[in-house]
Design a protein around this ligand. Structure first.
Ligand code: HEM
Ligand SMILES: *[C@@H]1O[C@H](CO)[C@@H](O)[C@H](O)[C@H]1NC(C)=O
Ligand SMILES: *[C@@H]1O[C@H](CO)[C@@H](O)[C@H](O)[C@H]1NC(C)=O
Ligand SMILES: *[C@@H]1O[C@H](CO)[C@@H](O)[C@H](O)[C@H]1NC(C)=O
Ligand SMILES: *[C@@H]1O[C@H](CO)[C@@H](O)[C@H](O)[C@H]1NC(C)=O
Ligand SMILES: *[C@@H]1O[C@H](CO)[C@@H](O)[C@H](O)[C@H]1NC(C)=O
Ligand SMILES: *[C@@H]1O[C@H](CO)[C@@H](O)[C@H](O)[C@H]1NC(C)=O
Ligand SMILES: *[C@@H]1O[C@H](CO)[C@@H](O)[C@H](O)[C@H]1NC(C)=O
Length: 529
């Protein structure tokens, strides 16, 4: 029932949040715009194969991502709330433990780290990686795992606690109980994880010999015959006695942990999975969701991230001399190209005007292994004009979109669009590339207590952080021009490659701190005079 409801809300986009919401917007984009998922598309893609990205290594990114997420979570202790999905697996000290043998963690983190940002923690991306590894199989009946954000990255390694194959059944039952899972759930989780990948020779030479197979150069003994795809073969092959799973038919009984675990309830759970691919799929969706939502005590996760049906994206708004330049795109979920369709952007301004312009079709994207499509429309009025010109006096307060006759306005509230603090194209860079001047336009009548530049960087344990640089108000020189729509606040910056660093602009107005539209580096503008 729970699963059915989640599917229904994903399909219709009900319960979605109101745009803009920086954290949810960022989580939604990462979840529903395919770019990051392309690392597990096709499903046998392995990015670290010396022969190129193909399946000749026997490895796959998808399998590494699922195992990494599990090993990060498996440190959880339900009794004291420590450990869980918090990206503590990124610490060398944790990876060096025998329970974390293999290079899959390093490989995974190379892809994961780059996707984390000020709104999406490393642990969130780690969780999402596991979601994608399953998600790309939806078209073939694979599970859609509900995804939440809000995980908090650990500042140090967690206590050890990942189960290892040579441990006995009672230790495994106790270990999963400590992580928060019953014996039946243990069987389910292991089966769901072990439908992907296998055991490699290098880290487990006593379990898997060298295979000397040119199509499996890293000698991976796979858990089932379809190791890069989600299906219930891990169960059917086990029940029928044809399995080659190295943790079941391994020569050394001590390390046959899947054999002990799968048989631990008289095969009841595995038999049910073998009989029903549907049950296996829905069980995996539920257990994987619980796995990635197992977080240290006190961490508050967001609601389940559902796709926004209409989403403005990549907006930019700058003051350019006597005009405002507005650019961006809007994404319509579950929409394909239709040349007969007219899409308009309507916007309200400060003088009570309602303006509109017809948007141009840009492109269609797909996600979830081709299950979803989205159509994108650009604000560019023509190929050689990348922005809409707005009257700076009138400005912009709210956007709405008209698709044919249908008004898309988030149930009446519109798409709030701030024009109070923005980049000015009078900003300039020094000829040596190591500095320049930021000019920030502050709308007449707005009285920010602070205006600042935001630079995203990382702290010494890889966590995304934001550094702020204050932009001082102008020192009045003679009478101010009260009729000008914007005043310019400026700050000079110096530093290596400073002209090429990307900044956002933020302001505190009425006690509320928020990032404004657009992202620039000084090199976007002109050389300083
Ligand atoms: C008693 C519990 C478990 C034991 C003893 C165990 C043991 C192992 C071992 C020894 C490997 C080989 C790793 C390598 O060669 O790199 C492996 C791989 C894997 N495990 Fe587990 N595992 C357990 C539970 C789980 C769970 C709960 C999941 C996920 C839900 C999972 C997901 C995976 C995946 C996806 C791989 C393949 C990795 C790859 O091919 O790169 N395992 N497991
Ligand atoms: C997608 O759009 C089509 C056509 O507009 C509609 O019939 C269908 O119900 C929509 N599907 C979802 C999942 O929203
Ligand atoms: C390796 O895979 C190729 C392509 O699938 C196949 O033609 C070839 O026979 C395989 N080689 C071995 C040794 O299995
Ligand atoms: C079987 O595996 C265990 C645990 O790794 C090891 O201690 C033992 O020596 C192995 N037995 C044989 C016969 O290789
Ligand atoms: C469980 O299934 C396996 C594989 O078919 C079989 O070898 C084993 O005897 C079964 N165990 C029980 C307790 O039924
Ligand atoms: C768009 O603006 C034009 C004038 O530029 C106006 O005639 C038209 O009614 C407007 N359309 C909508 C949907 O508001
Ligand atoms: C990281 O920086 C913090 C201060 O922000 C410092 O206390 C800590 O020792 C540093 N850690 C490392 C590994 O450099
Ligand atoms: C004051 O600003 C207005 C509007 O930008 C401009 O037209 C006018 O020339 C400015 N006056 C002076 C004295 O700079």
């Amino acid at each position: 029932m729970l699963i059915t409801l989640l599917f229904a809300s994903l399909a219709t986009g009900i319960n979605a949040y109101i745009w803009p919401s920086p954290q949810l917007d960022a989580l939604e984009s990462l979840r529903f715009e395919q770019a990051f998922a392309d690392f597990v598309q096709p499903c046998d893609l392995f990015s670290f194969d010396s022969q190129g990205a193909n399946s000749r290594s026997g490895r796959s990114n998808a399998a590494d991502w699922i195992r990494t997420a599990y090993h990060d979570m498996a440190t959880h202790n339900v009794a004291d709330g420590t450990g869980g999905m918090d990206a503590s697996i990124r610490f060398d000290e944790e990876q060096a433990r025998p329970e974390n043998a293999g290079d899959g963690f390093q490989n995974t983190l190379l892809a994961i780290l780059a996707q984390s940002n000020r709104y999406v923690s490393i642990a969130d991306v780690l969780a999402l990686g596991a979601v994608f590894a399953f998600d790309n199989w939806q078209v073939l009946g694979g599970p859609e795992i509900p995804f939440r954000g809000g995980r908090v990255d650990a500042t140090e390694p967690n206590a050890p606690g990942v189960p290892e194959p040579q441990e006995d059944l009672n230790s495994h039952i106790a270990s999963f109980a400590r992580q928060g899972f019953t014996q039946a759930e243990m069987i389910g989780l292991v089966a769901c994880g072990h439908t992907f990948g296998g055991v490699q020779h290098a880290p487990f030479p006593n379990i898997v010999p060298e295979l000397n197979d040119p199509n499996n150069t890293q000698s991976v003994a796979h858990f089932d015959s379809t190791s890069v795809q989600f299906d219930n073969k891990v169960a059917t092959e086990y029940i029928s006695g044809t399995t080659q799973n190295p943790l079941i038919v391994g020569l050394n009984e001590t390390t046959n942990s899947d054999k002990r675990i799968f048989a631990s309830d008289g095969n009841a759970t595995m038999r049910s999975f073998a009989q029903s691919p549907k049950l296996f799929s829905s069980t995996c969706a539920e257990l994987m969701a619980r796995m990635i939502d197992t977080v240290p005590k006190g961490v508050q996760l967001t609601e389940v991230i559902t796709p926004l049906s209409v989403k403005p994206s990549g907006l930019d708004l700058v003051l350019a001399g006597n005009g405002l330049q507005f650019s961006g795109q809007v994404r319509f979920w579950n929409m394909t190209d239709d040349p007969a369709r007219t899409v308009r952007l309507l916007w309200d301004d400060h003088s009570g005007g309602i303006n509109n312009v017809t948007l141009r079709f840009s492109h269609v994207t797909s996600s979830s292994g081709g299950r979803n499509t989205a159509a994108w429309y650009t604000f560019n009025p023509a190929d050689d004009v990348s922005f809409l010109s707005l009257d700076p006096e009138a400005g912009i307060t709210t956007m709405r979109f008209a698709v044919g006759d249908k008004l898309e306005d988030q149930g009446g509230v519109g798409f709030a669009t701030q024009d109070d603090v923005l980049f000015s194209t009078s900003s300039c860079f020094d000829a040596d590339g190591n500095g320049g001047r930021w000019d920030i336009a502050v709308r007449n009548g707005v009285a920010p207590t602070r205006v600042y530049l935001e630079a995203q960087t990382r702290d010494n344990i890889s966590r995304p952080i934001v550094l702020e640089t204050d932009v001082p108000p102008p020192v009045p020189q003679g009478p101010t021009n009260a009729t000008a729509p914007y005043a310019i606040w400026s700050v000079e910056v110096k530093g290596n490659f400073e002209s090429f660093k990307t900044y956002n602009v933020g302001a505190e107005v009425g006690g509320v701190k928020a990032t404004r539209i657009g992202q620039h580096s000084l090199s976007d503008f002109s050389p300083c005079a």
